[in-house]
Design a protein around this ligand. Structure first.
Ligand code: A3P
Length: 346
């Protein structure tokens, strides 16, 4: 009898224990996503389509993301898309560059915002003549499905340095918002070199050392014909863009800070895009193994960027680094002056 009572008691305790653990897990999940459940922030009028702001709370957009995801995986029917008013919209903002500045990290991090939907692939519409020749409808069809009140963002870093692009983008939308993410120019050039080097190594090809490419052996001066160097002269490229767009339509993101302290950088972008602040520290966690911040969408889904982001750079002769930094210095000063954003580059 006593044995039976003890077994019954044990069973009861087990049930109560499971209930307690379940409740605790639920609470953790709720607290984890608390900032996503804050009182609803209406999207600013600028983002709005025909409907009133109140009809489209961000929370609803966040919730509906699940359907967008299913659609992208091919699991949602055309009927569902129609019923939910999903559309393919031209981008309201473009990350135009700079290559190796952190363009992928910026796009993925902005995509944490419930009112933002990213185009996953680099579309290369404006820099590639063949693509451009296919027309604007081709471009629109490359955009992800979104709700009319969301904004679509794409990134193609080649846009920043390609001659024809500013005029072409201007013709599509003269009031578009343009994001440029930059890193200290010498570091960016080495990162650029590292990417090309990796490609060559994969194909078993030999390649020159960075020093040999960046410094002209005849003059011992910086080799301005080397593309990785040219791309880092940010002000030269920006000046071409300014023939079409006023400086107010650009926002400079500090790519070095996005690595170490992403949240404040993202908050500045939210402001520039007139989005209510919704990306929080909860969405970004430092992953010591990767050595970078990774993304947390919710209690279940998180991700780090691919291994091709955050490569180990080769050692570069310090005298070459010094020479390059000296070379970039006046261009950097001009860039700060034009953009109104001073970055602490040497
Ligand atoms: P490195 O590979 O030189 O470290 P892009 O996406 O424009 O090609 O830029 C790649 C750079 O993004 C990487 O350069 C890396 O330093 C930077 N980056 C910024 N935030 C990152 C993050 N959270 N995870 C991985 N890489 C990040």
């Amino acid at each position: 009898m006593l044995f039976k009572q003890q077994a019954w008691l044990r069973q009861k305790l087990l049930v109560l224990g499971s209930l307690a653990v379940g409740s605790l897990l639920y609470l953790v999940a709720r607290v984890g996503s608390l900032d996503r459940l804050q009182p609803i922030c209406p999207i600013e009028g600028r983002l709005g389509g025909g409907r009133s702001q109140a009809e489209f709370p961000l929370r609803a957009l966040q919730f509906k993301r699940g359907l967008l995801h299913e659609f992208r995986k091919g699991n949602a029917s055309k009927e569902q898309v129609r019923l939910h008013d999903l559309v393919q919209q031209l981008p309201k903002a473009i990350i135009i560059g700079v290559r190796k500045g952190g363009t992928r990290a910026l796009l993925e991090m902005l995509n944490l915002h419930p009112a933002v939907v990213k185009a996953s692939q680099e579309i290369h519409f404006f820099d590639n003549d063949e693509n451009y020749g296919k027309g604007i409808e081709w471009y629109r069809k490359k955009m992800p499905f979104s709700y009319p009140q969301q904004i679509t963002i794409e990134k193609s870093p080649a846009y920043f340095i390609t001659e024809e692009v500013p005029e072409r983008i201007y013709k599509m939308n003269s009031s578009i918002k343009l994001l440029i993410i930059v890193r200290e120019p010498t570091t960016r050039a080495i990162s650029d070199y590292t990417q090309v080097l990796e490609g060559k190594e994969r194909k078993n090809k030999t390649y020159y050392k960075f020093e040999k490419l960046a410094i002209d052996p005849n003059t011992c001066e910086v080799n301005t014909k080397y593309k990785a160097v040219r791309t880092s002269i940010y002000t030269k490229h920006l000046e071409r863009w300014l023939k079409y767009f006023p400086i107010e339509q650009f926002h400079v993101v500090d790519g070095d800070r996005l690595i170490t302290e992403p949240l404040p950088e993202l908050q500045l972008v939210e402001k520039f895009l007139n989005l209510p602040p919704r990306i929080s520290q909860y969405n970004l966690y430092f992953n010591a193994t990767r050595g970078f911040y990774c993304l947390r969408f919710n209690i279940i889904f998180n991700k780090c960027l691919a291994g091709s982001k955050g490569r180990i750079h080769p050692e570069v002769d310090p005298s070459v680094i010094t020479k390059l930094r000296k070379f970039f210095h006046p261009f950097n000063q001009k860039f700060y002056q034009i953009t109104g954003r001073t970055l602490n580059w040497p």
